[in-house]
Design a protein around this ligand. Structure first.
Ligand code: C2E
Ligand code: MG
Ligand code: MG
Length: 635
């Protein structure tokens, strides 16, 4: 409500002292005396007075001027007051222009008519001024109040109209804002759904991730307990995936994971829940079927599914998978434990040959615990002097004389007794203890070789982990400095994995070792990825054919083909070929015929302690001259 309208409405109450506009009063009477008396008295009361001497002039003045009230005599000669009133009311309402009739007391019919036509009030003649003033004031106050009300109404209407406009405007902008908000909410919802999906799924394969799988497993275990129906968790690990990554690159590796993940999803989603746990590890949850029969059947199906060749980026890749199965009975109701058990079973499957599956057996957990114990024991073994280096001779085929000794670490555990390198070397590699152990073997070997005839070299195995994480060149230099062994008498045996990592570090290390004068042998050739490109790009001094081929020479003609191919390559590239694990005279003769230059194995001697090297050397060299094979081979 506007403030001026309010002020007008409550003028009397609100502000009595505020200056009032003077009321304009029109006095209409044909008798001048009557007019004058009234005019004077009203003027004294601060009225603004106009006078008309008849009906006609009154109507004229009303036409031209603005009055607050007309005091109208009824009895006039030209036009009667009642007629004047009728005309006034044709134009103005009672509140727009109040009219008070002045009449003789006797003419009550005139008064009735005038009131019917629209007179506001009347006074009788002779006029009692106090009464007239009171009635005039009342009418003027009413008129002003009504005017104020009108203004107020108009202002209210205006306000309403503009309010309506603003409401429409505001409603429109609100609805636009609302729509925007709605869109934002939807977008946020979508992005929340997306981040929720990403949080619970693997971005590469779209399968559930480890978190979701664990939650599913937890729920399923509760359900299984209620239903008293065991469920199965299957842990899947691809065999040889690292090799694919290393040789063909990570993008091919990723594409392969995607393809295999898709295969699992397409084949198994209806019967089981599948997740990628990370790397090349997948897991499957099976909640139906009779266990463990159903899970073992599923494991077989998975192995088959994953072993089928894959076409990826123009390559045909065939790898296999190992699967471990754990069933939720016999107290295996904890998700962590169940998954760990399946993992252990998977390791066992892998260890026993790739592309296999295995059901968890509590004994496997004991194996895992034993390995942890082994780690602990290994940490203190070097300090406690539990290691020893054994030496195995390498024999030159042509002369049957010893050309070299390979240093091999031996660990005698205080309670378990001798532990195979195949058991402790991987643990030492995983824990990084191989750095310490490798360096220690190197020093021992170099020092031991100083006691041997100068034409005999010493071969030391260096793990890929040492190339990656250690400083092999420094360790070799230190060993030379400590022992005084000339560099040409040391051979370093590496496996293909050193080159697989393809880091510049390994390649530089190899180059610097050769600069020192050290010889480099490729150990266990034929078992890893046997990429022939290594032979072309890296000049080895020696290739050692893996024991597994030599072992199978007599029964397996494919092994024979492989060995002769490797020997042929060696001849071609000017690298010596050494055969490992030669146990029989027959193997030796065959290898000799194929052009193999050097052999190592039980036929001559298994590894011996350092103090037995010289006696062994004497014995072999003495035997050389009497060997019928050598006599035949020599001219
Ligand atoms: P490797 O370097 O290929 O060593 C040859 C392995 O074949 C030795 O096993 C040796 O005892 C065995 N061997 C040799 N001739 C015969 C045979 O006629 N018949 C049979 N059955 N076996 C034979 P070992 O000493 O158990 O070592 C196994 C592997 O452990 C080695 O394979 C090598 O890779 C690793 N290793 C041993 N000592 C060390 C070491 O000090 N450092 C590193 N990094 N690895 C080592
Ligand atoms: Mg070796
Ligand atoms: Mg070997």
């Amino acid at each position: 409500m506007s403030s001026s309208a309010v002020a007008a409405l409550f003028q009397n109450d609100a502000d009595e002292d505020a200056p009032q506009p003077r009321p304009r009063l029109l006095i209409v009477d044909d008798v001048a005396d009557n007019r004058n008396v009234l005019a004077r008295r009203f003027q004294r009361r601060n009225f603004d007075i106009a006078e008309a001497d008849g009906g006609r002039s009154a109507l004229d003045m009303i036409e031209r001027g603005v009055f607050d009230l007309v005091l109208l005599d009824i009895m006039m000669p030209d036009i009667t007051g009642v007629e004047v009133l009728r005309r006034i009311r044709q134009k103005y309402s009672q509140s727009q222009l109040p009219v008070i009739m002045v009449t003789a007391n006797s003419r009550s019919e005139d008064i009735v008519e005038a009131l019917e036509i629209g007179a506001n009030d009347y006074v009788t003649k002779p006029v009692d001024f106090a009464v007239a003033l009171a009635r005039v004031n009342t009418q003027i106050d009413r008129k002003r109040a009504s005017e104020a009300l009108e203004t107020l109404n108009a202002e209210l209407q205006n306000a309403n109209r503009s309010l309506e406009g603003r409401i429409v405007e505001r409603t429109q902008s609100l609805s636009a804002a609302n729509q925007k908000l709605q869109e934002e909410i939807e977008q946020r919802q979508r992005s929340e759904e997306r981040s929720h999906f990403l949080a619970y799924h693997d971005a590469l394969t779209g399968l559930a991730n480890r978190i979701l799988f664990r939650e599913d497993l937890e729920r399923a275990l509760v359900d299984a307990r209620i239903r008293r129906a065991p469920l199965a968790a299957l842990f899947i690990d691809l065999d040889g995936f690292k090799g694919v990554n290393d040789t063909l690159g990570h993008s091919v590796g990723d594409a392969l994971l995607k393809t295999l993940g898709g295969r699992l999803r397409d084949a198994l989603t209806a019967s089981a829940r599948i997740a990628r746990l990370g790397g090349d590890e997948f897991a499957v949850l099976q909640t139906t079927g009779e266990q463990p029969k159903a899970a073992l059947a599923l494991a077989g199906q998975i192995v088959e599914l994953l072993s089928a060749p894959c076409h990826v980026d123009g390559h045909i890749i065939q790898i296999s998978a190992s699967v471990g199965v754990a069933v939720s009975e016999r107290g295996l109701e904890n998700p962590e434990y169940l998954l760990k058990s399946a993992d252990l079973a998977m390791y066992r499957a892998k260890a026993e040959g790739r592309g296999a599956f295995k059901l968890f057996d509590p004994e496997m957990d004991a194996t895992a615990q034993a390995r942890r114990q082994l780690e602990i024991d290994l940490r203190s073994a070097i300090a406690r002097g539990e290691f020893e280096v054994y030496y195995q001779p390498l024999i030159e085929v042509e002369t049957r004389r010893v050309s070299s000794f390979e240093a091999l670490a031996r660990w005698t555990h205080p309670t378990r007794g001798p532990i195979e390198p195949s058991e402790f070397i991987p643990v030492a590699e995983d824990t990084g203890l191989i750095l310490q152990l490798g360096e220690w073997v190197l020093r021992q070997a170099c020092a031991a070789a100083m006691a041997w005839p100068p034409h005999i070299t010493v071969a030391v195995n260096v793990s890929p982990v040492e190339f990656q994480r250690g400083d092999v060149v420094r360790a070799v230099r230190d060993a030379f400095a400590a022992s005084g062994l000339p560099p040409e008498r040391l051979e370093i045996e590496i496996t293909e994995t050193v080159l697989l990592e393809k880091t510049t570090k390994s390649v530089t290390t190899l180059a610097r070792l050769r600069e020192l004068g050290v010889r480099i042998s490729m150990d266990d050739f034929g078992t890893g990825f046997s990429s022939l490109s290594y032979l072309r790009t890296y000049p080895f001094d020696k290739i050692k054919v893996d024991r597994s081929f030599v072992r199978d020479l007599s029964q397996d003609h494919r092994s024979r083909t492989i060995v002769s191919a490797i020997t042929g390559l060696g001849v071609h590239f000017g690298m010596r070929t050494t055969a490992e694990g030669v146990e029989t005279e027959e193997q030796l003769q065959w290898l000799s015929a194929e052009g193999c230059k050097e052999v190592q194995g039980r036929l001559f001697s298994m590894p011996v302690p350092a103090k037995e090297v010289l006696p062994l050397l004497a014995k072999i060299d003495a035997g050389a001259s009497t060997s019928p094979f050598v006599r035949e081979a020599l001219p």
